[in-house]
Design a protein around this ligand. Structure first.
Ligand code: MRU
Length: 375
């Protein structure tokens, strides 16, 4: 594992003490708290309450959850997988990881399942970090080309914000959401490390504010220039030539290249399309659901608690984290967690296997590359 991925991990296993550790993302950015998952219930709760979140990360956590369950009860493979699968409905990585682990373990004697579950979970974590690093390398080529194009098209005396590549991202698709590097943020980290002048517009991402609390925290920690914006600002920035490219992640990608991601992604894609701003989606191939074609009609969209919309929490002037209500008590709330961006609005899919068009042919090529990679 590279130095970057090694120092930026959100879940890891400690051999000493046999511990599965996570960063509790509900406490960021105000506190960096590490907690230990000890039981299947801990793993399920961590996913449901979003102590861990992000499509690849919930799949990895589920795999460790199977290990924790088998340690408690060696006969619990099936029920553990069922409970973990029920924690969140939209990101396919969860089902993908559980299917992989269940298939491998079912073929073994019960006595051998515990050790193998741990090995598989650790392998999944390492593989995801590797895939995200490759996404970063592939995305970096796109950023280099866009920067070159921008520099060639503007007078050499241009300076300040305009001299760098302005990238807009939504939600958190960084190392906190994956085994390492991130998906949408991986090309940005690679570009920053390579000395490319980049600046990131960070959507706050209501209602849980993953942009404000997680993406901003990650980028600040790495010294990547960035600016936090309200979710509604992106269209305006694009109209005024202040965004050169959008890069977002994906929780589920369909056979025809539709992309399901955090609520609000679709509106950014529409604004990008209207303003000729390239709109890329970065994803590991584990995010593709080959059983689904039409994302808008077929992907189950998670709805979450009204409390997430009714309340905001943050650091009060007295230094404590406080939760306050922002709406009248009698007002009804709807809280959809994700939306689907149709393939026609997507400029390309940045994967660990290369960059592909977001259409049936492109996704079929990813499938071919996956088969070649495995065989
Ligand atoms: O509800 P969350 O925070 O789990 O949603 C996460 C996202 O929507 C990310 O953009 C997505 O998982 C892509 S990936 C790393």
């Amino acid at each position: 594992m590279s130095e970057h991925a090694e120092s930026m991990r959100t879940i890891w296993y400690e051999t000493e003490g046999d511990k599965v550790c996570i960063i509790d993302q509900t406490q960021l950015p105000h506190a960096l708290q590490i907690i230990t998952l000890e039981t299947l219930a801990d793993a399920c709760r961590a996913i449901t309450d979003m102590q861990v979140r992000g499509a690849p990360l919930i799949g990895i956590t589920a795999a460790f959850g199977v290990y924790l369950s088998l340690k408690q009860n060696p006969q619990s493979l099936l029920s553990a997988c069922q409970q973990l699968a029920a924690t969140r409905p939209t990101a396919i990585n969860l089902q993908w990881a559980l299917t992989q682990i269940q298939q491998e373990l079912q073929a073994l004697d019960t006595a051998d399942q515990i050790g193998s579950a741990l090995s598989l979970a650790r392998q999944l974590l390492a593989d995801d970090a590797g895939a995200c690093s490759a996404i970063g390398d592939n995305g970096l080529q796109i950023l280099k080309a866009l920067l070159k194009q921008k520099q060639q098209s503007q007078p050499s005396e241009q300076s300040g914000e305009n001299a760098c590549l302005n990238i807009l991202t939504h939600c958190n698709a960084g190392w906190l959401a994956t085994g390492g590097w991130g998906t949408a943020l991986a090309p940005i980290y690679k570009a920053h490390q390579a000395g490319l002048p980049v600046h990131v517009w960070v959507d706050e991402t209501r209602p849980r504010n993953q942009g404000a609390s997680l993406t901003a925290w990650e980028l600040a920690r790495s010294g990547v220039p960035h600016t936090l914006i309200t979710d509604n600002a992106g269209g305006h920035l694009m109209q005024h030539g202040m965004v050169d490219v959008c890069i977002v992640g994906s929780d589920r990608t369909t056979r025809q290249g539709d992309v399901c991601n955090k609520i609000g992604t679709y509106l950014k894609a529409l604004a990008a399309f209207d303003n000729d701003v390239p709109f890329y989606v970065a994803l590991p191939a584990s995010t593709i659901d080959f059983a689904v074609n039409d994302g808008v009609r077929e992907i189950p969209i998670e709805t979450r608690s009204a409390d997430e919309v009714n309340y905001v929490s943050g650091l009060a002037d007295d230094g404590t984290v406080k939760r306050v209500r922002i709406s009248p008590p009698a007002t009804g709330v709807s809280n959809y967690g994700f939306d689907v961006t149709p393939a026609r609005l997507v400029s390309g899919l940045i994967t660990e296997l290369g960059v592909y068009p977001a259409n049936v042919e492109g996704v079929a090529k990813i499938a071919e590359a996956m088969a070649a990679d495995q065989g």
